[in-house]
Design a binder for this molecule. Structure first.
Ligand SMILES: NC(=O)c1ccc[n+]([C@@H]2O[C@H](COP(=O)([O-])OP(=O)(O)OC[C@H]3O[C@@H](n4cnc5c(N)ncnc54)[C@H](O)[C@@H]3O)[C@@H](O)[C@H]2O)c1
Length: 267
């Protein structure tokens, strides 16, 4: 094997959940650029078909889109079967979808609020992992599963920086259900990595820190002040780890969590 090609994804069939989201679009473009065939999956029908035609106008790789609510077991099972039928194999799964966070003080959070986050981040991620892992375990070459966690799965938020914070001109914050689910993802990653190791399925997590988007200036300054590299991350800065874990370059890596946080967790 030429080392030049170790990051090449040509011939790999990859599923990306939450594809129409902020990071999902960057991930989709990068995976296609590295040669993958791509199944994009999301809840949002219109956004998904727009993304699909945009990607098809730029890339000649196989690209199919699937509307699926990952909290619905039946819908996940049918969708994954369809993807297998369309692509004939599944080499990589990227569990990137996330549910809505309900911004209320924790004392006022109801169980139904809590489940808006955890049903997607935990249960949905589990369901997609289960059906895809079952397929990968029957493939002689196994596969790679990449779970997208968050810095708040490993660190508590500094609630003080959220006081006057806005995202898209709406109040932003970080919730307990988000921290709970993102921490659980890292535990599940470790569990699945040892469970499916004998089937040559690698399971790893990526833990991004705060990524710059449409937050207000005050939040960006307050967040950046806490980061050794003194700034928020950029979506492009997650791509290296994503391609690495999807490709043969990481063939001996499983059960790990790659933290991309500008050093925030190093203090
Ligand atoms: N943006 C950041 O700063 C940041 C930081 C750390 C971690 N992350 C993680 O990265 C991932 C992507 O983040 P983002 O900012 O792009 O999120 P986003 O909210 O922009 O996108 C999430 C996507 O998931 C989809 N989705 C929601 N519920 C679904 C369901 N039931 N079935 C299928 N799809 C569903 C949404 O439609 C949306 O397209 C998330 O897992 C998030 O926790 C993001």
């Amino acid at each position: 094997m030429s080392y030049e090609d170790i990051f090449n994804l040509s011939g790999k069939s990859i599923i990306l959940t939450g594809a129409t989201g902020y990071l999902g679009k960057f991930f989709a473009n990068a995976l296609l650029e590295f040669g993958a065939d791509l199944a994009i999956l999301d809840l949002k029908d219109k956004e998904l078909s727009e993304l699909c035609s945009n990607l098809k106008s730029k890339f000649s790789n196989q690209i199919n889109s699937y509307v699926c609510d990952i909290t619905n077991e039946n819908s996940v099972e049918i969708t994954i079967k369809k993807i297998l039928n369309d692509f004939k194999k599944i080499d990589v799964l990227i569990n990137n979808a996330q549910g809505n966070d309900i911004l209320k003080p924790i004392e006022e959070i109801t169980l139904s609020d809590w489940r808006k986050t955890t049903s997607v981040n935990e249960e949905g991620l589990f369901l997609v992992s289960k059906f895809v892992g079952n397929i990968m375990s029957k493939q002689s070459h196994g596969g790679s599963i990449i779970q997208i966690s968050s810095i708040y799965g490993i660190l508590g938020p500094d609630h003080r920086i959220y006081n006057n914070s806005l995202l898209n001109n709406r109040k932003m914050g970080s919730t307990a259900a988000y921290s709970f689910s993102k921490a659980g993802i890292i535990g599940l990653t470790k569990y699945l990595s040892t469970y499916w190791a004998e089937n040559n399925i690698r399971v790893n997590a990526i833990t991004p820190g705060g990524i710059e988007s449409n937050q207000n200036k005050e939040f960006k300054i307050n967040y950046s002040n806490r980061v050794p590299l003194n700034r928020m991350g950029k979506p492009d800065e997650i791509i290296g780890a994503l391609i690495f874990l999807a490709s043969n370059a990481s063939s001996y890596i499983t059960g790990q969590n790659i933290i991309i946080d500008g050093g925030l967790s190093a203090w």
